[in-house]
Design a binder for this molecule. Structure first.
Ligand code: SF4
Length: 361
């Protein structure tokens, strides 16, 4: 398997910038430390799962407060040394996710669709999870490769330039899949093929939170969980991801609400995305992607990079991406109907440099 890895991926875990920003991830990936979901699975809860939702949240929040202590105690053990209780924090998270599904607010669109009754919200998904493909991805950031990537159908955004539009907009039909089946695939990719992580993407992982937590309940191998997302999760979803996700691979697209609404049909972007980056940094590690869009350096790139430097510090790992190409419906919008120029990329990198962002991928 390692014959397939890019040389920069082989060296990535020795990179000082990676160690600073993603040191915990490296330890989990190399099996020196346990993934968060395994710790959550080892934490018992002392409440019946049929209780009222408010009581379930109270129990959840009290266990999360003690999560850091549990991680200190258990984090360096091996999976086989862990004792899993009859009902764990991960079971509790799954129950809460299933309740959210009946008036869906996994993301901040808050459609309140009863997906358990077959209703669909903006993402157009019922209660099922549909897989487009899964494979060991060799084209992600070097520290992630080979990255066992699950591409889920459906998305909470409608980006007119979507590079994965066949997946996010349901043009391809996905295959219905359960958490148990996902866990079986994930185990094989980790143990036999040495994937460095589980990379959850789409489309978008958020509408599939219930299935993803179920997958982790069924999984008994140590592997870091990477949440590869537009970061438009609801505050409730952010709470459920705390103690589950090891790395947020966060796609920070826009520097203001007007561009977000026009190009991705999403409201209140800035407030929600900045909130979730701060929570992501508090709960896990961050690797931030910013795709430079043509004609959006001064209105978007500048504000995104300035905010990152000011609020997340200079050690955060940032990938400023040049690979934009007009896809999907981008041809309808003249300002983004071309690739990014060399001058625009140079300007983006200069803004990063002016703001002290040097830990670039
Ligand atoms: S995941 Fe988001 S877009 Fe999909 S139904 Fe739930 S709230 Fe709506």
């Amino acid at each position: 398997m390692y014959g397939l890895i890019r040389p920069d991926a082989l060296l990535a875990f020795e990179d000082e910038g990676i160690k600073r920003a993603l040191g915990r991830y490296v330890e989990v990936s190399t099996d020196k430390r346990l993934a968060k979901f395994l710790i959550a699975k080892a934490i018992p809860v002392s409440i019946g799962l049929s209780c009222a939702e408010e009581e379930l949240w109270q129990e959840h929040d009290s266990k999360i407060k003690k999560f850091a202590d549990a991680e200190k105690k258990l984090g360096s053990k091996k999976v086989d040394d862990l004792k899993f209780p009859a009902v764990s924090l991960l079971d509790l998270k799954l129950e809460l996710a299933r309740r959210i599904l009946s008036a869906c607010h996994f993301c901040e669109r808050r459609c309140n669709a009863d997906r358990t009754a077959g209703k669909r919200g903006f993402c157009n998904l019922d209660a099922g999870t549909y897989l487009s493909s899964e494979f060991l991805h060799l084209g992600e950031e070097a520290c992630l490769v080979p990255s066992h990537t699950f591409f889920f159908i459906g998305c909470t955004f409608y980006c007119v330039f979507c590079q994965n539009w066949t997946i996010s907009r349901h043009v391809e039909k996905g295959v219905a899949i359960t958490g148990k089946q996902l866990a079986e695939i994930a185990k094989k990719r980790r143990i036999i093929e040495k994937g460095r992580n589980i990379n959850l993407v789409g489309g978008e992982p958020t509408p599939n939170l219930h299935t993803i937590i179920d997958m982790l309940r069924c999984l008994d191998v140590n592997v870091p969980v990477v949440w590869n997302s537009n970061m438009y999760m609801s505050s409730e979803t952010m709470k459920l991801l705390d103690g589950v996700v090891d790395v947020y691979l966060a796609d920070f697209k826009y520097g203001n609400d007007a561009c977000a609404e026009r190009l991705s049909k999403v409201k209140n972007y800035w407030k929600i995305i900045t909130r979730n980056h701060l929570l992501g940094r508090e709960h896990a590690e961050l690797l931030i992607r910013h795709l430079v869009l043509p004609n959006h350096v001064e209105c978007c790139t500048r504000y995104v990079l300035e905010w990152i430097a000011e609020n997340l510090g200079n050690d955060v790992r940032v990938n400023i991406m040049a690979q934009y190409r007009p896809e999907f419906e981008a041809y309808k919008i003249p300002e983004i109907n071309r690739g990014v120029t060399g001058a625009e990329m140079q300007r983006a990198l200069a803004i990063a440099n002016e703001n002290g962002l040097t830990n670039l991928d």
